[in-house]
Design a protein around this ligand. Structure first.
Ligand code: A2P
Length: 289
């Protein structure tokens, strides 16, 4: 669980962390404390999740309980769609730090590429990085075209593109573009929000290794060189999801799982922007070229 990757700015990041989407403040605090208890070193949240304060509370308590320091943890948060733009990102970031009970984050991501604003938002992230308030900066849900747009204006390159990624949803074009450009891909909803766990083919593979489907998928991410942040609100599952360093998937099984791609994105992709839509874009589908 202490296995790390080195981002393109030299910062080391744990390859496995825990996500906290769809958990409220008290749930997030509890999950973060469980995660720290079970050895996790990375937590991923976002203003959009509405639980930064819970994560901050869980970190403060969890660090104390486990005799850990802030530097022992890698903390990621993201810029809220409604905060995008240069000044607005800078101003609102101070509130994020306050809620998270910290004076810096390890990784700050643009949550979604809000068209018309994301380049200015990127410039704000560069300022936050230069000011030492984020140890690394990156993006999330950026297509290859939008990544290219960032690279054209960036004086600091994104370290990560965090995208939806699971055996049924693999954006090969993003994966290879990121590989070529020394940008790590980080998987959100690596278990497909739980929907991939019932897949009969994966169940068969899991039985062979005497592991759960969740563990097989997480292991598949790790062996592909992808950073992954499964979410759970249950202690036993949080623990289970961390027990993925005592076995290895064979090359055949890796290839087999990688063949399951059906470009199946979460339903809400086709729906709407949650929490603010400053540019009037009709739907999040517009993120994809
Ligand atoms: P819960 O939070 O109730 O434990 P993703 O990370 O892809 O978004 O998936 C998260 C979903 O998968 C949540 O609904 C979570 O449920 C469930 N989940 C996470 N880990 C496991 C596990 N090891 N076994 C079964 N379900 C899991």
């Amino acid at each position: 669980i202490d296995s790390t990757v080195t981002l393109n700015n030299g910062v080391k990041m744990p390859q496995l962390g825990m996500g906290v989407w769809k958990i409220n403040n008290s749930g997030a605090s509890q999950s973060v404390q469980w995660a720290l208890k079970h050895g996790y070193k990375a937590i991923d949240t976002a203003k959009q999740y509405g639980n930064e304060a819970g994560v901050g509370d869980g970190l403060t308590k969890g660090l104390a309980d486990n005799g850990m320091k802030r530097e022992d943890i890698f903390l990621t948060t993201k810029v809220f769609n409604g905060d995008q733009g240069y000044e607005s990102t800078l101003e609102n970031f101070e509130g994020q730090l306050k809620r998270l009970q910290t004076d810096y984050v390890d990784l700050l991501l643009i949550h979604w590429p809000v068209d018309g604003l994301y380049l200015d938002t990127w410039r704000a992230l560069e300022k936050i990085y230069r000011d030492g308030k984020a140890r690394a900066i990156g993006v999330s849900n950026f297509s290859v075209t939008r990544l290219q747009n960032i690279l054209k204006i960036a004086s600091i390159k994104p370290v990560i593109d965090q995208v939806e990624f699971n055996p049924l949803c693999q954006d090969e074009d993003i994966i290879s573009y990121c590989e070529e450009n020394n940008i790590y891909v980080e998987a959100w909803s690596p278990l497909g929000g739980g929907t991939v766990l019932g897949d009969e083919r994966l169940k068969k593979i899991a039985a062979k290794y005497n592991k759960s489907v969740a563990q097989i998928i997480i292991r598949w991410d790790l062996q592909r060189g992808i950073i992954t942040i499964p979410k759970s609100a249950h202690e036993a599952r949080i623990q289970q999801n961390s027990e993925v360093f005592d076995f290895e998937l064979s090359e055949d099984d890796m290839t087999e799982i990688s063949s399951y791609d059906e470009a199946k994105r979460s339903l809400w992709y086709g729906g709407f922007y949650w929490h603010g839509n400053p540019t009037g874009a009709k739907s999040a589908v517009q993120q994809w070229d």
